[in-house]
Design a protein around this ligand. Structure first.
Ligand code: HXC
Length: 517
């Protein structure tokens, strides 16, 4: 019988083996690629000393293809819980140095156990993914593990925030779980996401593509929109996750934490009275406007590189977290297109699920015209945005800074979609369409018959502009609550948020709606 001391030594030895991961050689190779190890990542992500590991000694049970000799404590994934700025989170970190971080039945069980705890205890679930996908030697058992995780991801959706970091080559099943989660972070030049890699693509379609072009961080942040954040390196990625979490509640029954601020709630932003250009065709940077009005000019942009004609992200007003949705006149004149509609709709649904009020800044000439957009289904995709705004029951505050035309007027958090407080600047133009287009349609005959059609057209455009290119028709109808001086934007938004802090609104009971997917 071992002595107590011998038992302690045995325990320490087991722990040491686990801490070594795939061994020094593999870890050196891993680090040479600029990546931190699975444990180092947890050290950066979590408050110092807060990590508690679960299932450290769990091993895999596969015996196919020589796997019986490849049992490693933990089986290539570190699971547990810890704190971020003092708040509980659950986290897993895959260890690529052990069988390529591949997903075994054992790995899946460890993750599922954590996900159950996250739901029960109402805390965010964070996955640090670095995996070659389903463990090939296990076959369908590994696939079953993935499918069980997908199900749990879906059941957790809207209950606790789910965040994924892609920190290495993630292939096959390793990309589907992240895609169900709320936010995906990728690391430039060392992380990849694809369902099938370059070799398979070459064999099947004869296309040649590098893994960077196929599924690198910029590809997914700019082109596909699959990822929401692109980090410079592992450390930057993990620090960004900490930053994002500060804006979010721990679960759907909670509110986001209040952040003390020295930025006065009654601060007037005088610069804004001259910020919107007199010429309504001249662009301006909506992000600059956002920075002017939010607490300490701090705005955490989400999906920064994708569909830049709409801007989404988190900021605070008087310490309260809000989600911001804004048209960007600098890109495509702020038109809504398919990508922008999908981007904003998903963000709005996240905010609504997690009690984060939505503040919308509107300057939109309409939906982007063209065969490209029509044939790719702008009708369905634009309707996603409409649906998301209409369905949302969190406080909704809208500020119309300039153009608000046509269908886009209806969509962008209008009064008709249950906007709670709808404000407009004196520069707002709320109409069915721009004056030129409108005059060409409704006065076609009158213009053609006029002795000087060009003069007649100019006169009619002026008349139309005088009638509709202002916020007052909408204000007279009560579709706008108040026309404000732009300098008052911050004050008015804070007053509105304060007034709405106990807002209760419900949708009719149903199993679920049918958003046009
Ligand atoms: C078992 C795996 C593995 C896997 C990698 N490894 N992927 N072991 N199952 N899926 C092992 C390798 O054998 C190797 O072991 C070690 O991990 C490191 O891998 P390398 O290939 O040396 O690394 P690298 O050159 O960096 O390439 C990484 C990679 C590549 C791009 C991820 O390993 C790869 O293409 N793997 C397979 C990817 C894939 O097709 N997955 C799909 C699985 S099917 P040794 O012992 O030699 O160091 C799937 C379907 C789920 O996931 C569908 C759900 C919807």
């Amino acid at each position: 019988m071992d002595t107590t001391q011998e038992k302690l030594t045995a325990l320490r030895k087991r722990n040491e083996i686990s801490f070594k991961g795939g061994g020094e050689e593999r870890q050196a190779k891993h680090r040479a690629g600029g990546r931190l190890t699975a444990r180092e990542r947890l050290d950066v992500l979590l408050d110092p000393g807060s990590f508690v590991e679960t299932d450290r000694f769990v091993t895999q049970r596969c015996t196919n293809f020589g796997m019986a000799d490849k049992t490693v404590p933990g089986d290539g994934i570190i699971t547990g819980y810890g704190k971020i700025n003092g708040r509980l989170v659950y986290v897993y970190s895959q260890d690529f140095t052990i069988l390529g971080g591949s997903m075994s039945r054992t790995q899946a069980n460890k993750i599922l156990k954590l996900m159950d705890m996250a739901i029960k205890n109402g805390a965010p679930m964070i996955g640090l993914n670095d995996s070659g996908g389903a463990r090939i030697q296990e076959g369908v058992e590994a696939l079953g593990g993935y499918a069980d995780i997908f199900l749990k991801n879906v059941l957790s959706s809207g209950v606790v925030p789910q965040i994924s970091a892609i920190m290495g080559p993630c292939a096959g099943g390793a990309v589907y779980s992240p895609s169900i989660t709320d936010f995906i972070f990728m690391v430039k030049k060392s992380s990849y996401m694809f369902v099938t890699g370059p070799d398979v693509i070459k064999a099947v379609t004869h296309e040649e593509v590098t893994k960077e072009d196929l599924g690198g961080a910029l590809t997914h942040n700019q082109k596909s929109g699959v990822a929401h954040f692109a980090a410079e390196d592992d450390k930057h990625c993990l620090l960004m996750i900490r930053e994002l979490l500060n804006f979010l509640p721990s679960n759907n029954l909670d509110d986001a934490p209040l952040q003390e601020t020295s930025d006065a709630p009654d601060r007037l932003v005088k610069e804004l009275n001259t910020f919107i250009p007199d010429n309504s065709r001249k662009p301006y940077d909506m992000k600059e406007l956002i920075h002017h009005v939010v607490d300490e000019k701090y705005f955490l942009e989400v999906h920064q590189h994708y569909a830049q004609n709409v801007v989404v992200g988190f900021a605070r007003f008087n310490g309260h977290s809000v989600g911001i949705v804004a048209n960007q006149p600098q890109v495509l004149a702020g038109c809504l297109n398919i990508d922008a509609s999908k981007k904003a709709a998903r963000f709005i649904r996240f905010c609504d699920a997690f009690n984060v009020p939505i503040v919308s800044f509107v300057d939109v000439p309409g939906f982007l015209p063209g065969t490209d957009q029509e044939w790719a289904g702008i009708i369905t995709h634009g309707a996603k945005l409409l649906y998301a705004y209409a369905e949302a029951t969190v406080p909704k505050i809208t500020v119309i800074t300039r153009k608000d035309y046509g269908g886009a007027y209806c969509v962008m958090s209008s009064k008709h979609l249950r906007g709670d407080v709808n404000l407009a600047y004196p520069s707002a133009e709320i109409a069915v369409m721009g004056a030129e287009g409108a005059v060409n349609i409704i006065f076609r005959d009158a213009i053609n018959k006029a002795s000087n059609p060009a003069d007649e057209r100019t006169k009619l455009i002026k008349e139309y502009e005088n009638k509709f290119n202002n916020p007052y028709v909408a204000a007279e109808l009560g579709y706008i609550d108040e026309v404000i001086e732009p300098a008052q934007t911050r004050v008015r938004i804070i007053q509105a948020l304060d007034m709405l802090q106990n807002k209760r609104d419900l949708n009719p009971p149903k199993k679920h709606g049918n958003i046009p997917l």
